[in-house]
Structures are given as structure tokens and as C-alpha cells.
Design a protein around this ligand. Structure first.
Ligand code: G3P
Length: 214
């Protein structure tokens, strides 16, 4: 399974690149707004850092506006993937972009039928939002499992990005289900490395080695 960071923070992306575990980045308007800088400049910097897809989202709600924005994002760099919201206008834009070989990620997916529609429109990726479903007492990971089953049934090549991840178990469950990608906040990526027994074990190894040096 590929690991994407769900962030527009360049420092976090640099750190994940250094750790050698980063396969791509997803941003959205909220994440870019958090940075408080020119979003075009931020995306340019991210595209240079990342050897893999970098997702930039459109904010227009009509397909013509989405297409204009998509072309502007795609002109930034070869590794841009354009994020399009799961709406009727969005799917018109996805169809056109797929004919132009501009990769798309359909975002704000909350049901299996939406994922199927996005795939039929020609999306390269779909992003089910698991955390936001869990927040409403619905089962986000069950949605992912259904989407994977539907795509497997028909040999659909659209990749499943598990998004709106809140904790490491979302990542582990996504891997168990065979999801293609998990996109996570930097804090969740850090937690994937951790186990208290690793820390205790390391302290003990170092203590024992120290004894040998006396
Ligand atoms: O970028 C899309 C998605 O991952 C957003 O997550 O935490 O705002 O629900 P969140």
C-alpha cells in the first residue's frame, strides 16, 4: 500500500521524504488555507519535493470552471493530480480530463455508488472519507471494503485512496483490505513508527552494551 501525506505543509513533507516512506501528497483548500501563503507557490514547492502524485483541488462548482482550474494546476508540474468533488458537474469535468489524459482524484466520496460513478466517469483515484463517516457514527472502513469489492468484481483500475484518516488503525485496516493508498496527516504517519516495547527494548540494549564497555 502506498503512503500519501494529507498536508500542504512543506516541512512535514520534507521529513516524510527523508524517512523514505512517502509515495505522494494530497492537499485540499482547507489544508492550503492553513499554510497562509500563496497556494500556487506552496504547490510548486511540494511538486519539486515529491517523487509521486501531488493532488491539487479545484474550487469551482461548474464543470467549465473546474476544467479551467484543472488546466492551470496541471500546467504546474507533471506530477499534479487534479482533485474534483463528487458532483454531477464534477463528473462532467472528470470525463473531459480523462480524455485529455489529465489524472483526477474524485474527492468527498461517502457511498459505494458515488465511487462507482466516479470510476465510470474515468477517475484515476477515488477518495472515500473514513474519519468523517466515523464522526457521524457510520462505518468509514466498511465503505472502503465495499468499494474495493465492487472495483474487484469488475476489474476497475481506479485506485482507492483511503482519506480523512484519524489514527493508525485506519491505516492498518486499509492495508488489510488491500486499499491502494492511505493518505494521512503527519501525526498519524509518526504514530505508525511507534511502539513502547521498541523504546524499552532499545534502552535495555544500550544499557547492557554500556556494561560491557566498563
Ligand atoms: O484531504 C481529504 C481528507 O483527507 C480530509 O480529511 O480530516 O478533513 O476529514 P479530514
Amino acid at each position: 500500500m502506498k503512503f500519501f501525506l494529507d498536508t500542504a505543509n512543506v516541512r512535514e513533507i520534507e521529513q516524510a521524504v527523508e524517512m523514505g516512506v512517502l509515495d505522494g501528497v494530497t492537499t485540499n483548500p482547507t489544508l492550503l488555507a492553513k499554510e497562509g501563503r500563496d497556494p500556487v507557490q506552496v504547490l510548486k514547492e511540494i511538486c519539486k519535493l515529491v517523487d509521486g502524485p501531488v493532488n491539487a483541488e479545484v474550487i469551482s462548482t461548474d464543470s467549465e470552471g473546474m476544467l479551467k482550474e484543472a488546466h492551470r494546476w496541471a500546467d504546474l508540474s507533471d506530477n499534479i493530480v487534479v482533485k474534483i468533488p463528487m458532483t454531477r458537474e464534477g463528473m462532467k469535468a472528470v470525463r473531459r480530463l480523462s480524455e485529455e489524459d489529465i489524472p483526477t482524484n474524485v474527492t468527498l466520496v461517502f457511498s459505494p455508488s458515488q465511487a462507482l460513478i466516479a470510476a465510470k466517469a474515468g477517475a484515476d483515484y477515488v477518495s472515500p472519507f473514513v474519519g468523517r463517516l466515523d464522526d457521524r457514527s457510520e462505518d468509514g472502513m466498511e465503505l472502503v471494503s465495499k468499494i474495493i469489492q465492487i472495483f474487484d468484481n469488475y476489474g476497475v483500475e481506479t485506485e482507492v485512496i483511503v482519506a480523512s484518516i484519524r489514527h493508525p488503525m485506519h491505516v492498518v485496516e486499509a492495508a488489510l483490505m488491500g486499499a491502494d493508498i492511505a493518505t494521512m496527516p503527519y501525526a498519524v504517519l509518526e504514530k505508525l513508527f511507534e511502539h513502547p516495547l521498541t523504546d524499552v527494548g532499545l534502552v535495555q540494549f544500550l544499557k547492557d552494551w554500556e556494561k560491557l564497555q566498563r
